[in-house]
Design a protein around this ligand. Structure first.
Ligand code: PRX
Length: 651
């Protein structure tokens, strides 16, 4: 990138649709108007440490009050210095004390259709008991507990039990390999592994315990393994190492007061892939993270007591940490949790669940939305979705046409859509519409939340102008920010704080338009450089997705002698056969939508795109394929290796 110092990214996107919140929504919202949002944002920006400090006093329970809001010794932040609190207390005991113990905390449905329902009192009891089980295995403050489980209530219970006694959880998504588990366990020096005999996935059983057995051979720090009986599989239990969850629970007391923990006591580690090399263990701590998850949940999802909130993310990702567990439960919300696949037993499973549980706020990922579009509207139309009042997305940019489909077909044109931009590292939502206050534009995450100060800069760190693409940075520390990479302060400094002095570098490109709306343009590493113009992946992809036959698209640069890079796109189609005619039509379509510059040179049709296990398109791999190169770098996060193999065969 050094040879392009100071260069900006050209925007070619033309999107001018604007959707103001309906008065009937705004009237009842927590933040009711743009003016109210702006006042709050300005107040926070004047003195962020004071703003968050005042809020922390109000929103969290303090065993001991903090003496200072923020110690900032770049790049190391300490929030709410000297205070003592407990995230499990804030999620559970606080509601019991307020007389809200009978409220439903979790509604759960398993993939086979079994159901459970836990009130705050019941959840509290389970968490206390399981915390005592961990204690009997010698787990205490600062010990790392590795969790590899299906989306069952016990996953949330295990997380909250760790938080209760000051143990640090490291949740590993239950699709990762034994190798990936062992790497993470070793990096974190985990002492206990929690898993299940198996997990349901599209009617089949994933043998979780078998995978864990293979991982534990290579994880010498792990001394014990607790196994939940989820699928009734015959599994091997290693005497002296393995314990059944239910047997430990039967013997456990339900009395376990929450430990008063330092504000900066580590709460969890969550591994996220870097573009190369070994995964990074992102470290989050107690008070700041807890406050940020709670407050952003309340603001963005405009939480009301009567809501049934459904975040479809797995707790193996940060979205599950912040918006299945810590955010909603701190706010006393009722959450739906679903174990299985969206297309099992049929493609309407999600809509069946929305109808059955009368879900009012629904939060999912663009990759899922694009799949729903591909599967066809008939699955949606079978169900009554009138309970929905608010929709959200996270994880990738949403192409404007997918946004419109979500708005029309799922939201019945009445639900605001919150397109939330954030990262594992940020701990919670950073930019998003506040649904009662900020008019939305399809494809834009709109504006920063109060207390968040973004700035777009060029490669020399200078702010760029309106509508000019550049690096997205954050100017002031915020409570939910990562506190480091587990065991690697140098890498933390290098990745996030070394390229732009004094600012957090998010690793995404973005632009800010004339109305102060932010548009994420993709990862910095994914930029295309065509004839000296730097183009963003999402803009080309969105132009393709706006064609009626295109379900999904990924754009990458391929080396080209003349242009520097040529535009190569990979396209999946909606129920039509690929033809040469369609290929030409798509080229013309992009040319018409965004201009000749971005017209694809190569279009490859494919049945599926390579994605991470959390559903993000892995453009890095496509780039190698487009260039006819071997795949280099880390492929352990790839969801389905056959997709890559097929793409290579199709070459
Ligand atoms: O590139 C951005 C993209 O996902 C990255 C963060 O990924 P992860 O740490 O896995 O966390 C995902 C859940 C928060 C970001 O750097 N991303 C996330 N949300 C959006 C997005 N890109 C565009 N628009 C979004 N709303």
């Amino acid at each position: 990138m050094a040879d392009q110092a100071g260069r900006q990214i050209d925007t070619v996107m033309q999107e001018s649709r604007l959707f103001p919140p309906r008065p009937s929504f705004s009237d009842k919202a927590r933040i009711k108007s743009l003016a109210e949002y702006e006042a709050l944002w300005n107040e926070a920006a004047t003195d962020p440490a004071k703003f968050w400090g005042d809020m922390a006093r109000e929103e969290l329970h303090w065993f001991e009050p903090f003496t200072k809001s923020l110690n900032w010794n770049e790049p190391f932040a300490e929030w709410f210095v000297g205070g003592k609190t407990n995230a499990s207390y804030n999620c559970l005991d606080a509601h019991l004390e307020a007389g809200q113990g009978d409220r439903v905390a979790l509604l759960w449905e398993g993939e086979p259709g079994d159901t459970r329902r836990l009130t705050y009192t019941e959840l509290h009891r389970e968490v206390c008991k399981f915390a005592n089980c961990l204690k009997t295995l010698g787990i205490g403050e600062g010990d790392v507990v590795s969790i590899y489980m299906p989306m069952v209530p016990e996953l949330a219970i295990a997380m909250l039990a760790c938080a209760r006694i000051g143990a640090v959880h490291s949740v590993i998504f239950a699709g990762f390999s034994a190798e990936a588990i062992a790497d993470r366990n070793n990096d974190a020096q985990a002492k206990v592994q929690i898993t299940a005999d198996g997990a349901w996935r599209r009617g089949n059983i994933l043998p979780l315990k078998e995978t864990v057995d293979a991982a534990l051979v290579k994880s010498p720090s792990v001394k014990h393994c607790i196994v939940l009986d989820r699928v009734n599989e015959a599994i091997e239990m290693k005497v002296g190492r393995d314990y059944w969850w239910h047997e430990l629970m039967d013997a456990a007391s339900d009395d376990c007061p929450a430990a008063p923990l330092d504000s900066e006591a580590p709460l969890y580690i969550l591994y996220t892939s870097g573009s190369t090399g070994k995964p990074k263990g992102i470290k989050h701590t107690t008070a700041g993270y807890n406050l940020f998850a709670k407050k952003t949940f309340q603001w963005v999802f405009d939480h009301r007591a009567e809501d049934i909130f459904w975040c479809t993310a797995d707790c193996g990702w940060v979205t599950g940490h912040s918006y299945v567990v810590y955010g909603p439960l701190s706010a006393g919300a009722t959450c739906l949790m679903y174990e299985g696949a969206p297309n099992f037993p049929a493609e309407d499973r999600f809509w069946e669940l929305v109808e059955k549980y009368r879900v009012s706020v629904f939060y999912t990922a663009p990759t899922a939305i694009r799949a729903f579009i591909k599967w066809g509207d008939e699955h949606v139309e079978k169900h009554d979705l009138s309970s929905l009042r608010l929709l959200g997305t996270v994880g990738e940019g949403i192409n404007p046409e997918a946004w419109m489909w979500y708005h029309n077909k799922i939201g019945g044109e009445r639900c605001p859509i919150v397109d939330t931009w954030w990262q594992t590292e940020t701990g919670g939502i950073m930019m998003s519409p506040l649904p009662g206050a900020i008019p939305t534009k399809p494809g834009s995450c709109t504006k920063p939340l109060p207390g968040i100060i973004p700035e777009i800069v060029d490669e020399s760190g200078k702010p760029v102008g309106k509508n000019q693409g550049g690096w997205l940075t954050i100017s002031h520390p915020w409570p939910g920010m990562l506190r480091g990479i587990w065991g690697d302060n140098e890498r933390y400094q290098e990745v996030y704080w070394s390229k732009v002095p004094g600012k957090y570098l998010a690793g995404d490109n973005a632009r800010c338009d004339e109305d102060g709306y932010y548009w994420i343009m993709g990862r910095i590493d994914d930029v295309l450089n065509v004839s000296g113009h730097r183009l963003s992946t999402i803009e080309i992809e969105s132009a393709l997705v706006s064609h009626p036959n295109v379900a999904e698209a990924a754009a990458v640069g391929r080396p080209d002698d003349l242009k520097g890079e040529a535009v190569a796109v990979f396209v999946t189609l909606k129920n039509v056969e690929p033809t040469e005619e369609l290929r030409n039509a798509l080229k013309q379509h992009v040319r018409k939508e965004i201009g000749a510059l971005a017209q694809p040179d190569d279009i490859r049709f494919t049945n599926a795109l390579p994605k991470t296990r959390s559903g993000k398109i892995m453009r890095r791999l496509l780039k190698d394929i487009a260039a006819g190169k071997e795949t280099v770098g880390d492929t352990t996060t790839l969801e389905d290796y056959t997709v890559l193999a097929n793409l290579r065969e199709e070459e």
